[in-house]
Design a binder for this molecule. Structure first.
Ligand code: FES
Length: 173
């Protein structure tokens, strides 16, 4: 489990969302009697919604009898948790040293330009989230990009355009 800081998110300014709390209650029911259940509950909620919506934090606090601040502490410490909706397709571009030298900044800028979003942002239609990431461990393929679990090596501006054209056709479910 990564212990890198999660993305900066000002939760307090996020408007309260109206969501169906049924799936969250189901997750809490499943782990309610287990000791140390906060992490599995939060992971389960994220699996259900794709992120951890604010109303579920209040629900977890109430049902597990923990302070909301304690939950926020966990959510903001672990990079695996997301406090905002994420895109169906997560585009990651490596900005590690090898990829940087091989032209990653141009690849990043091209994605920004074509998608109209920048680092850690999600497109309004929830199709894409874009992230710059550290070395993905395949430096021989630099510059490297990933879309969900698909890897694209030796990236070029033209490949960026091809990837976006391809994923624009893919289903949202
Ligand atoms: S620096 Fe990009 S994969 Fe290693």
């Amino acid at each position: 489990m990564s212990n890198a800081p999660a993305e900066a998110t000002n939760v307090e300014e996020t408007p309260v969302e109206e969501i169906d709390l049924g799936p969250a209650n189901h997750v809490i029911d499943k782990y309610l009697t287990l000791p140390g259940n906060l992490m599995p509950v939060l992971q389960g909620i994220q699996d259900e919604y794709g992120y951890v919506p604010k109303p579920t934090i209040d629900l977890v606090a109430e049902r597990l009898n923990v302070y909301p601040s304690q939950i926020f502490g966990v959510l903001t410490f672990y990079a695996q948790f997301h406090l905002k909706p994420r895109g169906r397709y997560i585009i990651r571009v490596c900005v590690g040293t090898a990829c940087h030298v091989q032209g990653a900044p141009r690849i990043v800028e091209t994605f920004f330009d074509k998608l109209g979003i920048s680092h850690a942002e999600t497109s309004p239609d929830l199709r894409y989230t874009f992230e710059k990431v550290a070395c993905l461990g395949a430096c021989g393929m630099a510059p490297l990009a990933m879309v969900n679990d698909d890897t694209f090596g030796k990236m070029t501006v033209q490949k960026v355009e091809e990837i976006i054209a391809e994923y624009n056709q893919r289903p949202m479910k």
